[in-house]
Ligand binder design. Structure first.
Ligand SMILES: Nc1ncnc2c1ncn2[C@@H]1O[C@H](COP(=O)(O)OP(=O)(O)OP(=O)(O)O)[C@@H](O)[C@H]1O
Ligand SMILES: O=C(O)[C@@H](O)C(=O)CO
Length: 429
């Protein structure tokens, strides 16, 4: 059966966030890691979310990966492509949201691309083109201290304008509240005026329903899970997708084995979650400095520590550190080199944990999850019940050996007890 919706996600946690939203809306969804190999047998789905690790790579690489994913999805009949980016618009002036949106626009023949990272359920709203995170503008939120892409401007028209070769317009909230027709009319007008993309305001889910209806009639949109919600509801309402409930129990059925968590996100939310986990499970704090200078030793010591404890319950291994410590390491080794070394280290630890018998694994951080999932060579996931807003339980699909349960947590998502909650939903006592 042909696909209805094709999604290209710029990181793996963002992909599972979007897959979670679609699944909750009754859209049968599959998450793949990269463009699937021709030999991979995939179950029927209405939507496929192709997870890329393209958020923080050079723009030309992100464009090439995204075009390959787009071609694969279109060849399977996807009538609309959503480019899933972070709800906090994680990017730099070099990209990659602008260059990828430009390239996908050309590949899909879209005149204009509606763009909105709004995700009201997690406090991301857009007004007059400015992104708010909870009660504060993006540039006053903890995202200003992000280790890879500090966000220092809340005006997304400016942010996207600096990254895109085209001109960026705005669909203001006034038009969105007036409904899908008003959004479509404004987009058409902006396209006639030579705009190639438009930031679309959204504060409530009802705004995203209007935007989703307008966007579903176009070939391409760029946004986060809120836009996914709008597109899903529009496609169900139009009869393009038949709503289906997931069998939550089936996802975790038959999967036991040891359990662990690995964290590389340095977000305020993850730092609090690690502090809370310390009260209930053994937590090892890695040295980022040693992961750069003596990676093999740091990884081996962490795995030896874990092996001694895994038999009695889950453990958490974290590279995560507060902004000051991260800044010190980056000043010494460089931002990219430090980030990559920590990602390689946490990925090697995830691999070692699975080698030691871990079958239930929670990973915090998008880049961190991407590096670990790649190292584990996992091709695809079935999407299960929601652990926290934006984070579903995942069951591996299509890999050699016994299936595993995973949770890939976006840095900013989940409540303080996230690790305990995720492990409990994996059946860990
Ligand atoms: N102690 C540390 N010092 C320097 N860099 C670190 C440290 N710990 C983690 N990092 C790096 O910080 C980056 C965190 O990015 P990651 O995407 O994993 O988390 P996040 O941005 O909070 O999550 P998301 O992308 O889902 O919002 C990674 O590149 C990781 O390797
Ligand atoms: O949209 C979000 O905030 C998340 O899915 C994400 O992409 C964080 O990496």
């Amino acid at each position: 059966m042909p696909l209805t919706l094709g999604v290209i996600a710029d990181d793996y946690t963002g992909a599972s966030d979007l897959a979670n939203t679609l699944t909750r809306e009754g859209v049968r969804t599959l998450q793949t890691i990269g463009v699937p190999d021709a030999a991979l047998a995939l179950p029927d789905a209405d939507a496929v979310v192709v997870s890329l690790k393209s958020r923080s790579v050079p723009a030309d690489e992100a464009v090439a990966m995204s075009l390959a994913a787009c071609a694969w999805l279109k060849a399977r009949g996807a009538s609309h492509i959503l480019f899933k980016v972070c709800s906090t618009f994680d990017s730099t002036d070099a990209g990659n949201i602008g260059p990828v949106t430009d390239a996908l626009r050309a590949a899909t023949g879209a005149a204009i691309v509606p763009v909105t990272p709004a995700f009201p359920e997690t406090g991301r709203t857009v007004y007059m083109g400015h992104l708010f995170v909870g009660t504060v503008p993006l540039d006053e939120s903890p995202l200003k201290d992000h280790p890879l892409n500090p966000m220092t401007d809340s005006d997304l028209k400016r942010v996207l304008g600096r990254q895109s070769a085209g001109r960026v317009g705005l669909v203001p909230l006034k038009e969105v509240v007036a409904g899908a027709h008003a959004v479509a009319a404004r987009l058409e007008q902006l396209a006639l005026d030579g705009r190639t993309a438009a930031i679309v305001d959204a504060v409530f889910d009802s705004d995203l329903e209007a935007i989703g209806t307008a966007a579903a009639a176009l070939p391409l949109s760029t946004g986060a899970s809120g836009l996914g919600l709008g597109l899903a509801r529009a496609m169900v309402a139009e009869g393009r997708v038949i709503r289906q409930a997931i069998d939550s129990a089936a996802i975790a059925r038959g999967i036991g084995g040891l359990a662990a968590a690995v964290a590389g996100s340095c977000s305020a939310a993850t730092l609090e979650q690690i502090a809370v986990a310390e009260a209930t499970m053994p937590v090892l704090r890695l040295s980022a400095e040693r992961l750069v200078t003596h990676p093999d030793e740091e990884v081996a010591e962490a795995l030896a520590w874990a092996r001694e404890r895994l038999g009695t319950g889950p453990v958490l291994i974290a590279a995560s550190a507060d902004p000051q410590k991260v800044a010190e390491v980056q000043a010494r080794f460089g931002r990219t080199a430090a980030g990559l070394a920590v990602e390689h280290g946490t990925a090697a630890i995830s691999q070692g944990l699975v080698g030691a018998g871990v079958r239930r694994l929670v990973i915090a951080g998008g880049e961190t999850s991407g590096a670990s999932v790649d190292r584990l060579k996992l091709p695809a996931f079935l999407v299960g019940p929601e652990i926290a807003a934006g984070v579903p339980l995942l069951r591996t699909e299509g890999q050699a050996g016994a299936p595993m349960l995973l949770a890939l947590k976006s840095g900013n998502f989940g409540g303080p007890d996230f690790f305990g909650k995720a492990l409990a939903m994996m059946g860990v006592a």
